[in-house]
Each structure stands twice: as C-alpha cells, then as structure tokens.
Write a protein that binds this ligand. Structure first.
Ligand SMILES: NC(=O)c1ccc[n+]([C@@H]2O[C@H](COP(=O)([O-])OP(=O)(O)OC[C@H]3O[C@@H](n4cnc5c(N)ncnc54)[C@H](OP(=O)(O)O)[C@@H]3O)[C@@H](O)[C@H]2O)c1
Length: 262
C-alpha cells in the first residue's frame, strides 16, 4: 500500500477506525472522514506517529444532499488522488417504519444509499481513468433479510450489495475492483447510535471491528465481489435461501426485538 492513498468514510468510530488502522499499518496514506472532528484528529495523530503515513482529515456530513460532492471536491476534485475507497459510513434507526420521523429516514437513506452511490460513481470513474483502484462498500447481513424495525436500513443495505455486485461485474475486465462487505453483528457504536438496546447475549456473539475490517480488505484485494463476515454468518445467510420469505421476515423481527419507544 506504500504510495497509495485510501479514503475511509465513517472513520470516527467502529469499523472505520479499524479500516484506517489496517490500511495505515500496510503503509497507505489516508483521508479519513466523518462528522466528529475530535475523533478524526486523534486517530490521524495516532496513525501519523505510529506508521509515518500522511493522514488528511475531512469533516463531512454525508446525510446532507451535497455531502458526497463536498467530499469529492475536497479530495480527488482538488487533485488528491484516491486509490482505495472504503464506503463505510452508515447508520440505522431501531424503530417501526411508521413511528420513525421522516427526516431521520431521509437522512439515513441519503447516508447509506445516495451518498455511497455518488462516491462510488465519482471515484470509480476516476480510478478507471487512472487504470487502477479498489472500492469496498460496506453493506450488512441485513441485506439478506427484510428486517422489521430496520425496514429502510436493511432495504438500503440490499441496494448496496446488489449495486456493488453489478458494478463489479461491469468492471470485471478493468483494473478496478469493487467488493461488498456484509458484516454480521460487530462490536462498534452502531446499535447505541441506532437507539437499540441489545440483549448482552447478542453482543457476546459479535465479532471485533478489527477482524471484520480485515475480512473486508482481504476480500477486496483478493478480487472477491461479496464477502459475509465470519463462517457462522455466511452459513446462516446460505441456509436462509431455503426458507419461505415470510418466515425469514418473522425470524428477523424476533432477532431485532421491539423498539424502545415510538
Ligand atoms: N456494527 C454492526 O453490527 C454492523 C453490522 C452490519 C453492518 N454495519 C455497517 O458498518 C458500517 C460502519 O458502522 P459501525 O458498525 O462501525 O458503526 P459506528 O461505530 O456507529 O460507526 C459509524 C460511522 O459512520 C459515521 N457516520 C454516521 N453518520 C454520518 C453522517 N451523517 N455523515 C458522515 N459520517 C457519518 C460515524 O461518524 P460520525 O458520527 O462522527 O459522523 C461513524 O464514524 C455502517 O455502514 C453499518 O451500517 C455494522
């Protein structure tokens, strides 16, 4: 990764921090982005000190309609080339669809779906023109199961998975690789940010962010188009193919539990 630059979105916590740390440890220069500047600056300092790599910080809200354009303008658009794009920023809201405030759902769709699509489009084109590049889009195992109380989240993640696999096929004969990582439960701030109180037993089965990020990056650089984190998750998603869809949705509802409030 020496001489290459990676852009990691959502690098102020969880998986994004793990992606950034791994890429820096492999020698990549970085652009890290999210909303919480303090977290980003602390990570940037740590990575510069530890790995002697160049780390730029960009504070951008990707739930804003112009967030992705701003990020492009401040990076590749300003001549800072990006060889590896990790579209990791994302979030959910643990709420029944009709109880969720529309503006929150809209922001979630902008973040998880629209901004991710715009960034993939802009950066993949630039990578193709330079004849080299890698894009890792972070989806979820929620992509495989319509999930009550996370209806728009799981549908958005299905979009991310399907779009990524289709683009990976379109680009198969080019030097640009696109891969989709579908994490299962991972120890990050995700559920807290979504207002989801998980039973402790669930968290005990979760993977570390470091392991999950490594699985995603290994798959990307191995040329895979889709990877589910962990053998148990992969096997479960495979077995789901043989169940009736209504049952899958009912099982997902059981797993997600009831939201705390309207
Ligand atoms: N953890 C899991 O169990 C799990 C399972 C499946 C998939 N995933 C996916 O993994 C990805 C990473 O999430 P995580 O688990 O690491 O959760 P996390 O710790 O909550 O991290 C989410 C990251 O996204 C950033 N982000 C949130 N809203 C943003 C906005 N409006 N604009 C820009 N950045 C924003 C956050 O930064 P700021 O708050 O500073 O903006 C943070 O850096 C997400 O796409 C999530 O859907 C997670």
């Amino acid at each position: 990764m020496k001489g290459k630059r990676a852009l990691v979105t959502g690098a102020s916590s969880g998986l994004g921090v793990a992606f950034a740390k791994l890429l820096a440890s492999w020698g990549a220069d970085l652009i890290i982005t999210a909303r919480r500047e303090e977290n980003l600056q602390a990570l940037a300092k740590e990575l510069r000190d530890k790995h002697a790599v160049d780390v730029k910080v960009q504070v951008v809200d990707l739930s804003e309609p112009d967030g992705a354009t701003k990020l492009w303008d401040a990076t590749e658009g300003a001549g800072v080339t990006v060889d590896v794009l990790v579209n990791n920023a994302g979030g959910g809201l643990h709420r029944d669809f009709v109880d969720a405030p529309w503006d929150k759902l809209l922001r979630q769709l902008q973040l998880n779906v629209v901004s991710l699509t715009e960034l993939t489009h802009r950066f993949a084109r630039a990578m193709l023109a330079r004849k080299q590049g890698w894009v890792l889009n972070v989806s979820s195992i929620g992509a495989y199961t319509p999930s009550p109380t996370y209806a728009t989240y799981s549908a958005g993640k299905a979009y991310v998975r399907d779009m990524s696999e289709a683009i990976a096929h379109e680009l198969r004969d080019t030097p640009v690789r696109v891969c989709c990582l579908c994490p299962g439960g991972t120890l990050t701030e995700f559920h807290q940010a979504a207002g989801h109180e998980l039973p402790k037993i669930f968290r005990a089965t979760f993977m570390s962010a470091e392991d999950c990020a490594r699985i995603g990056l290994d798959a990307l650089f191995a040329g895979r188009r889709n990877i589910i984190s962990g053998i148990t998750n992969a096997l479960s998603m495979f077995l789901l193919r043989f169940l009736p869809r209504r049952l899958i949705v009912a099982l997902a509802a059981l797993t997600m539990g009831k939201p705390k409030g309207p």
